[in-house]
Design a protein around this ligand. Structure first.
Ligand SMILES: Nc1ncnc2c1ncn2[C@@H]1O[C@H](COP(=O)(O)OP(=O)(O)OP(=O)(O)O)[C@@H](O)[C@H]1O
Length: 602
């Protein structure tokens, strides 16, 4: 597991504050009501301790039962007001905060999934999940009870301090000196704790990410009996998390202890100095007891301020991370600057395209070719030669560093991606299905499709028969990533899905594994129907595909080394012939699909 990312943009507290202000302004109604309720609640909390003074100084010496009744009534009323306002406060403010969290989560997820693909390649999914689910939680502490409690704490500490000065200013001065020492200790402690708190969210994201991967690859883990290794990796992560939490527990409990010690010392001083003042008559007994109560009313909020302060720093850090993410331009935002091209015919051209993922490591070099609308271009070449990279560029997942990719004469970089991708269709080796019904998976490309449409495309894709074979038919649940279907069945659902999308440009990555001849035939037929009339790019592994392609591009180390039709390239006797005799001839010898003999020999 990696240490926390270094070289991150610096934490911008000015911007964070302005964001918090904006957030509070947006929720000014509930924050305002919350503040009023909090002030009423805190003020009513003063009544009971302050009435002690009257009971001791006025009621008892004068045996004034009437006044005692009034004080008791006032105390009772204040308690009710305090409880009701306290309840209303949490209702108004907490609900508003949760609503804001829900909205922010929606917002962040919406922004995240519109970011360019390269961002997902370079960021762990655990981190992304945490960005959407955990970081917005911080809001709770800002517009929820956190900041209001903080304000309330500070206000009531100030008010209580006023009462203390009124009761005995000398004693108050001594108290303040000790509180200042406590405050300084707290500030040092929290300065040290803050980075540890921040690191916690990084560790949590990493551990969650790894756990998600382990579960996603559970079959691989089991086959290679890697359970113990995965447990150890997870254990290490969890221990790191534990060590981090342990540090913060030690830190916070130390500050708590310091708080208790300070309160104790202040209590002792109050008892000693105050006791002498009572003896000398400088202070009444009632004032002394009230003083002691009010010391607690000053210190308790201060301790609270320190802990809420940490939560608020956490919240700031979370919002800061969200801001970083939201500052990244989404593909939609980039689209706004581009011209709208509603129709795509499907004429694709690569014009001296060069591309690298990592600076200085070229993956494609000076690739030029023309794929007229409706034709099929087969990409062949050894592993790592750049076939998938070419496909990524066609899907506009990445932009070439040099050269242009033109669609109907317009550079892809000038097209609105949303509009362009609307005309794309894909069928990959490992077709991703979502956990839902077969019907939902086919309709993924057109949610408004009718049952008849879905059935029609399933028939064209040769999927209808096997779907009807399931007891639940089209309502069969396919399981996460489609695990409940066979590879060939998944492939056919993906073909149906692509047919429904009715794309102008089609991308196929043929399966490398041999399927039994029956389903192989059904899939080939489905693909043939899908390809008809569409510009198709296919990473070809099947002989029937390359023989029927309009052009074959032979890639080697990111360059096109040969191009032409199957017959032309065979006649050339070069790299393609080599590949052909090694790969396809073997296939031809072992396994001939119906109809292929003619194509292969023809
Ligand atoms: N996201 C990425 N970041 C960095 N390098 C990458 C990335 N994806 C691919 N590459 C590199 O680019 C080169 C070409 O990979 P590509 O996947 O295009 O090859 P391919 O011809 O499709 O191979 P295969 O037939 O094995 O799928 C490889 O050297 C690979 O390591």
């Amino acid at each position: 597991m990696n240490p926390p990312a270094k070289g991150k943009p610096k934490y911008d507290s000015k911007r964070a504050w302005s964001e918090v202000r904006a957030l509070m302004w947006e929720h000014r109604r509930s924050v305002g009501i919350g503040l009023v309720l909090m002030i009423i609640s805190r003020a009513s909390g003063f009544v009971l301790p302050y009435s002690t003074k009257f009971v001791l100084d006025d009621v008892i010496p004068n045996k004034d039962i009437r006044l005692l009744g009034i004080i008791a009534l006032a105390g009772f009323a204040a308690t009710i007001v305090q409880s009701v306002t306290g309840y209303a406060l949490s209702q108004v403010v907490s609900v508003a905060a949760q609503q804001a969290i829900a909205r922010l989560r929606e917002d962040v997820q919406g922004h995240l999934i519109r970011l360019p693909v390269r961002y997902f390649d370079s960021t762990k999914s655990g981190v992304l999940v945490s960005r959407v689910m955990n970081d917005p939680e911080g809001i709770r502490n800002l517009i929820g009870t956190g900041l209001i409690q903080l304000t309330g704490g500070i206000l009531s500490a100030i008010a209580a301090l006023g009462v203390l000065i009124h009761l005995n200013w000398r004693l108050t001065l001594v108290t303040v000196v000790f509180l200042a020492i406590f405050g300084a200790g707290m500030s040092v402690a929290f300065k040290r704790l803050r980075p540890i708190f921040r690191e916690r969210s990084v560790i949590t994201a990493e551990v969650t990410g790894r756990l998600t991967e382990t579960l996603g690859g559970i079959r691989l883990v089991k086959v290679y009996t890697a359970e113990e290794r995965e447990r150890a990796v997870f254990g290490k992560g969890v221990q790191r998390l534990f060590a981090n939490i342990a540090k913060t527990i030690t830190g916070t409990s130390l500050t708590g202890t310091l708080g208790f010690a300070v309160v104790g010392v202040i209590g002792v001083i109050a008892m000693y100095v105050g006791g002498r003042d009572v003896i000398t008559g400088a202070m009444t007994l009632g004032s002394l007891l009230t003083f002691v109560f009010f010391i607690a009313m000053v210190t308790a909020p201060l301790v609270q301020v320190a802990s809420i302060g940490t939560q608020i720093t956490e919240a700031f850090a979370g919002l800061d991370r969200i801001r970083e993410l939201r500052d990244m331009a989404t593909e939609d935002q980039e689209d706004e600057r581009k011209q709208s091209v509603p129709t795509v015919v499907g004429h694709v051209k690569f014009d001296q395209v060069s591309f690298e993922y990592e600076p200085g490591v070229p993956v494609l070099h000076d690739v030029t070719f023309d794929a007229p609308a409706g034709t099929t271009t087969a990409l062949v070449g050894s592993s790592g030669s750049g076939k998938s990279t070419m496909i990524s560029l066609i899907m506009a997942f990445a932009q070439p560093q040099q050269g242009r990719i033109l669609v109907d004469g317009t550079p892809v970089s000038d097209l609105r991606l949303r509009e362009y991708r609307h005309h794309l269709g894909v069928v990959m080796q490992d077709n991703f299905l979502f956990d839902g019904t077969v019907k939902e998976n086919i309709a993924f490309t057109k949610p408004s499709a009718t049952d008849e449409e879905i059935m029609r495309v399933a028939q064209i894709a040769n999927a209808h028969e096997f779907i009807l074979g399931f007891p639940q038919g089209y309502e069969t649940i396919v399981g996460e990533r489609g695990v409940k279907l066979s590879g060939g069945q998944r492939q056919r659902v993906a073909i149906a899905r692509a047919i429904l999308a009715d794309p102008r440009v089609l991308i196929l990555d043929e399966a490398t594994l041999s399927l039994d001849s029956e389903s192989e035939h059904l899939i080939q037929e489905g693909l043939r129907r899908l390809r008809a009339g569409r510009t198709t790019f296919v990473i070809a592994h099947r002989l029937s595909t390359i023989t029927s392609a309009n052009q074959i591009l032979v890639l080697e180390k990111g360059q096109i080394v040969e191009r032409g039709t199957h017959a032309e390239l065979l006649a050339l006797g070069g790299r393609y012939r080599d590949l052909y005799s090694r790969q396809y001839q073997m296939e031809l010898d072992q396994f001939i699909n119906p109809g292929e003999e003619i194509a292969a020999t023809g």
